[in-house]
Design a protein around this ligand. Structure first.
Ligand code: 1CP
Length: 344
């Protein structure tokens, strides 16, 4: 047995059977014990910035399930907060931000605040690392610039990113200024997470699939590439997983263009296409549909087996195509893990 953790081994190109497994949003509202500790704090960001609570939320799913990774409990919107933008979350609602409207609003963002404002997240990372067993990998993360910019400009979730897409197309120099600030803040933040003990990083570009090819190259591939380069300049061996959700055939260009070690694919990506086009380039992570996980039953089980059959013969991490939904029954997750582990 190698003493290198399984998640790191597959991200270095090894094939492991059964594959390592974790789930996006494995912490959170589907767990009663999460809802319990969450109810102690009204504003979600305050919860994220309380290291004992955030570390506890990180550990909760690991007590129930045999996951190979822990993902630091935080949110992608800590970066706008770190830059001085007003960000709030009311319980049961999504995020509300004081939306950026002009180039002056971009100019007001303050990179010098990031380190101090996000210091509590670093304390969370240290706390998680201190209690981690020697087979579980700690994943740090950040949102990618386009996805974070979308929330900064729209001011809330549940949009189609209309204002953001128009700003990027009509005033690209201003939009580039925002992307530059986000690339710098995000790189600093991720480097700091690794300094504090994160072993793998994931970049969430949840809204990448909104963009046509030319814009995808400019606002998705290039910023993610710059962040990978900046992080690897300081920590050359830390594996980075990219997640340009809904990128379709552009997943391949994303992998080639950014230099990531892993690619997290959404549930619409055909398995055989991923095995043929992506797996020779890097480790593939995915891609059980989160709604199938929520429904459970034979349809879910067959899908899990199909994913393992097609992607399990190369470097692979079992995961979802997007985060666990709040209404997901806990038993369905236990069942998926049994099948992945081959104990079912
Ligand atoms: O009230 C609550 O308890 C808040 C719910 C919640 C949780 C549990 C939010 C608000 N964020 C999180 C945690 C979170 N968010 C994690 C860590 C936990 C884990 O994975 O186990 C991570 C990695 C994220 C990342 C995140 N936040 C993304 C990228 C991934 C994705 O789902 O696409 C995005 C887009 C967000 C924004 C966000 N934060 C929260 C909500 C409800 C949203 C979505 C807003 C929207 O677009 O509607």
């Amino acid at each position: 047995m190698s003493n290198v953790k399984s998640l790191i081994r597959v991200l270095n190109g090894e094939t492991i059977t059964p594959p390592p497994c974790w789930l996006m949003r494995q912490a959170g509202r589907y767990l009663p014990e999460y809802r319990e500790i969450r109810s102690t704090t009204e504003n979600f960001l305050d919860f994220c910035f309380t290291p004992e609570l955030a570390a506890e939320a990180t550990r909760q799913p690991l007590r129930r399930f045999d996951f190979d990774a822990a993902i630091m409990f935080s949110d992608i919107l800590v970066i706008p907060h770190g830059l001085g933008q007003k960000v709030t979350f009311k319980q049961g609602e999504g995020p509300i931000l004081d939306a950026l409207e002009t180039s002056q609003d971009i100019a007001k963002l303050d990179l010098s605040l990031v380190r101090i404002r996000l210091a509590p997240v670093m304390q969370t990372v240290r706390e998680i690392v201190a209690g981690l067993d020697n087979s579980t990998t700690l994943i740090g993360f950040a949102g990618s610039p386009f996805t974070v910019a979308l929330y900064m400009i729209e001011g809330r979730g549940g949009t189609e990113g209309t204002k953001t897409r128009h700003w990027a197309a009509e005033r690209p120099d201003e939009f580039m200024a925002l992307m530059n600030v986000l690339c710098m803040a995000t790189s600093t933040y991720l480097i700091e997470q690794v300094n504090c003990g994160a072993e793998v990083l994931q970049l969430f570009d949840s809204w990448a699939g909104l963009l046509p090819e030319s814009q995808f190259r400019k606002w998705i591939i290039e910023p993610n590439r710059r962040i990978v380069e900046s992080v690897h300049a300081v920590h050359p061996n830390v594996p980075i997983i990219g997640f340009p959700r809904n990128a379709g055939v552009l997943y391949r260009d994303f992998v080639e263009g950014t230099g990531v070690q892993g690619i997290s694919i959404d549930s619409t990506v055909p398995l055989r296409w991923a095995a043929k086009e992506l797996q020779p380039l890097c480790t593939v992570q995915g891609n059980l549909d989160n709604h199938l996980l929520c429904s459970g039953g034979i349809t879910m089980e067959e899908e899990v087996r199909a994913i393992l059959t097609v992607l399990g013969s190369g470097p692979f991490i079992f995961n979802l195509g997007h985060g666990v939904l709040p209404l997901t029954p806990v038993e369905n997750i236990a069942r998926v893990i049994e099948i992945v582990r081959g104990t079912a």
